[in-house]
Design a binder for this molecule. Structure first.
Ligand SMILES: [Zn+2]
Ligand SMILES: [Zn+2]
Length: 356
């Protein structure tokens, strides 16, 4: 990953507050929903913040130049996780407030909630990618009024209380003088308009809870804990605002024989000490099926064999990882009479003479 200090433009000595401030500024600037948005930069900024806002990860980075998470998980901070947005720290509501609520006299548009759901997939599905149907039960735009909250055929008119600005000004007398204060219009809740007759189906909410079935494409190479963002598939806002996003957090079930290590796959094969000495062929389970692995004579316990290209596809960049097979050598605990005799003979046999 890129150096998180450089990404956030802070010194190594920066305080938690400095880091938070730098992060919020850049996240607001690059937020993909904004005109100045840049999704790649937004992801980078988020990845950097995830390291520097966590004391443990930050000290790991300071010491080792990476975090343990990076080392252990290929997707890691540089990968797919622009989605691990910390909404609380980002003050996401501020972003939208700023963007949609905007300057004075402009009516505000509400935004529905972002919703997170969990989806479990198998180890193999995480390698190959999979499409899944998920069903959500969330507020969606009302089917009768299409979200505008007015009974069909009846008008929506400018709010008389605020003349459509969504804000009202009040003055307050205090000992120090008169203060003018602008607040959200209580009549239209800041929207600047009102349905004369509320929709009978949603009672003027503009939304109703409905089931929604979605096809989710889970990309090949996704790692446990990463999330997929479906823009505009979260909760609908009241009265025709902006629908929130749906975040689908992926849980990958562990496999019996294979383990993920970054973009690589690891497995252990046990062979007998005789096979290790004489060499053998072993059928090894890989993501792509069985693979015949040649184990040469004289293989030592703990030896590692690399099956190139048998790992996970990389989410960013191209190519795939490898499979690393570690060989375990087993020693029989019981010997038959015949085996014992053969081994006694082996003990007596002369070793091969060294040429040097
Ligand atoms: Zn309605
Ligand atoms: Zn109003």
């Amino acid at each position: 990953m890129a150096d998180p200090y450089t990404t956030l433009g802070v010194e190594q000595t920066a305080t938690t507050d400095d880091i938070k401030r730098a992060y919020r500024k850049l996240a607001h600037q690059y937020h993909p929903d904004k005109k100045t948005g840049d999704e790649e930069k937004f992801k980078e900024v988020n990845a950097a913040y995830q390291v520097l806002s966590d004391d443990e990860k930050r000290s790991q980075y300071d010491q080792f130049g990476s975090t343990f998470e990076d080392a252990g998980q290929g997707g890691g901070a540089g990968g797919f996780n622009g989605f691990n947005v910390n909404f609380e720290d980002l003050g996401i509501n501020d972003v939208f407030e700023q963007f949609f609520g905007g300057g004075r006299g402009r009516a505000r548009q509400s935004r529905g909630e972002d919703i997170g759901i969990d989806l479990s997939i198998s180890f193999r599905e995480s390698a190959e990618g999979v499409s899944r149907e998920v069903t959500t039960r969330l507020p969606q735009a009302c089917s009768r009024c299409h979200g505008n909250a007015a009974e069909p055929g009846t008008p929506i008119t400018e709010c008389a209380t605020c003349s459509g600005s969504g804000q009202v000004s009040t003055t307050r007398q205090t000992m120090l003088g008169t203060f003018a204060q602008t607040t959200v219009c209580p009549e239209c809740k800041g929207e600047g308009k009102k349905a004369e007759q509320a929709c009978t189906q949603c009672r003027g909410e503009g939304r109703e809870v409905t089931d929604q079935t979605l096809d989710v494409e889970v990309p090949a190479g996704i790692a446990d804990g990463q999330a997929i963002r479906l823009s505009g598939k979260g909760s609908a806002a009241q009265r025709g605002g902006i629908t929130g996003d749906l975040f689908i957090k992926i849980h990958v079930d562990p496999d019996e024989t294979l383990r993920r290590d970054g973009d690589d796959v690891r497995s252990i094969e046990s062979i007998s000490f005789v096979d290790a000495s004489l060499g053998t062929t072993k059928s090894v389970t890989t993501l792509a099926g069985e693979h015949e692995l040649e184990i040469p004579s004289g293989t030592q316990p703990g030896a590692e064999f690399r099956l190139a290209g048998k790992g996970f596809p990389r989410l960013q960049g191209s190519g795939t990882g490898d499979q690393l097979v570690t060989v375990e050598v087993s020693i029989p605990q019981k010997l038959s009479k015949q085996q014992r005799e053969a081994l006694e003979a082996f003990r007596q046999a002369k070793p091969k003479k060294s040429l040097f």
